[in-house]
Design a protein around this ligand. Structure first.
Ligand code: 9WN
Length: 440
């Protein structure tokens, strides 16, 4: 072995190990995030998984997204979980008998033959579909991949902007802390205080049989998650009829919608449709994002509590995700780049990866889920955003750090941003997927 071929061998080993994670977590039609903690199909997980899987099997990556959109509701929503009928009910909570989509969600257009949840996750799917297509356009064309996906992705974005724009700002709101994918972010603490938790004896937390309680949300959080989901269900999952006491305009969620709307313009072109409405919508969304959620004093985007009509002052990494938006004003890009490397997120000055929450924030906890640990899908997005805006050396450094932490933690679900120590599940699918993508 010479010194020069060692890195190449290490990369090859990492690629092989990441591939093995995705192959093991493949169920035949889609990929579970983790066989233990999350044994069904999750919406935004599938998008990141497809982005990695395209390097192993473009066809499988296409199927990953096709099976997800196969469970789309008639109103356009893509549910956050598609349940596998082969998995026992007590393997995950809340299970299909809690959500009862095929009965309670009928009026809102839930499919009859598949059980799903009734809430959504960040709309990163059109971006994933475009990347999957690019990897192997011939197979994609032969299978009619984009033709089938295009109307469904367009209906998904329509749902968000038609039924979830509660303020008239032209942005989508999330109505449950699970929707932005950052379940127990300190940003939700304020809005959640208004929610009466469901009694602890009314549900059983299966997550604690696989995960360490100190690294998961608390029982009080869960009581509120259950209450919000049950109320939505009991209103037939109809946005117009549900009071939605938790409603937040989240910058990361909307930034991913913008990136996906740009991707949808490209997809429209590929399938011979007019891309202009998508470009116009992406620009209108970008203006709305900057107008309503940009906070110059913080140097980043902050969430808006729609019910409290106030800015949520906590700095969450969600406020840096707009870096994936191509046409941001220059002053916003400059400020965001400063914040990524500044005292609150400190990339390159102590932390290895970008933390999920303000390193100096009062609620920071390096081990507890979305209250500090670094997540691989988020760091993949930030790597892409840094590169998009010309910060190539920061992007290169982040790419190396993501690969080191992914391999070093055996593809952990999340890691301590300072030490890289793994928490949560291991052999976690999107960790392996984004590593594969960054290796390609
Ligand atoms: C609830 C699957 C999902 C991710 C989320 C992450 C976690 C679920 C849970 O796992 O949420 O949806 O049970 O904690 O927060 O981002 O999509 O990996």
């Amino acid at each position: 072995t010479t010194l020069t071929d060692r890195p190449a061998r290490a990369r090859e080993r990492l690629r092989r190990d990441a591939a093995r994670v995705l192959l093991t977590n493949w169920t035949g039609t889609s990929t579970v995030p983790s066989h233990t903690l999350y044994p069904h199909q999750w919406s935004w997980d599938s998008a990141f998984i497809a982005i990695g899987l395209r390097h192993l099997s473009p066809r499988r990556a296409q199927r990953e997204l096709e099976s997800l959109v196969g469970a789309q509701w008639a109103d356009g929503r893509i549910p956050h979980i598609v349940f596998s009928p082969r998995v026992p009910l007590d393997a995950y909570f809340p299970s299909p008998d809690f959500w009862r989509s095929s009965t309670a969600g009928r009026a809102a257009g839930a499919p009859a033959g598949t059980e799903t949840s009734g809430i959504v996750q960040p709309p990163v799917h059109a971006l994933a579909a475009a990347l999957v297509h690019e990897r192997d356009p011939a197979t994609s064309r032969r299978r009619g991949f984009l033709e089938r996906l295009y109307p469904r992705l367009a209906a998904w974005h329509d749902y968000l902007l038609r039924d979830r724009d509660f303020t008239g700002h032209g942005l989508a709101s999330v109505v449950h802390p699970w929707e932005p994918g950052m379940d127990n972010s300190p940003c939700w603490d304020g809005p959640l205080r208004r929610i009466t938790p469901a009694p602890p004896e009314s549900f059983r937390r299966v997550d604690l049989t696989h995960g360490d309680a100190a690294a998961r949300p608390t029982d009080l959080d869960y009581g509120r998650y259950v209450r919000l989901a049950a109320d939505y269900r009991d209103h037939g999952y109809r946005d117009a009829g549900t009071p939605h006491p938790f409603a937040v305009e989240d910058p990361g969620f909307n930034a991913l919608l913008i990136a996906s709307e740009h991707a949808l313009a490209g997809i429209a072109e590929q399938v011979g449709r007019d891309p202009r409405p998508h470009r116009e919508r992406a620009e209108a969304l970008t203006d709305a994002l900057v107008r309503h959620l940009w906070q110059p004093k913080a140097g980043m985007f902050l969430c808006r509590d729609v019910r409290g009509d106030s800015v949520i002052e906590d700095r969450s990494v969600t406020g840096l995700l707009p870096l994936v938006v191509p046409s941001l004003p220059g002053h916003v890009v400059d400020a965001l780049l400063g914040t990524v490397t500044g005292e609150h997120f400190g990339l390159g000055t102590g932390t290895r990866l970008v933390a999920s929450y303000d390193l100096r924030g009062p609620a920071f906890d390096p081990a507890r889920y979305w209250r500090g640990p670094a997540w691989f899908n988020i760091n993949w997005l930030l790597e892409r955003g840094l590169r998009l805006h010309g910060a190539a050396s920061e992007a290169d450094a982040l790419r190396r750090a993501v690969l080191d932490a992914a391999g070093g933690s055996r593809f952990a679900e999340y890691v301590d941003p300072y030490t890289g120590e793994g928490h949560g599940a291991n052999r976690f699918s999107w960790t392996a997927a984004v590593a594969l993508d960054l290796l390609a």
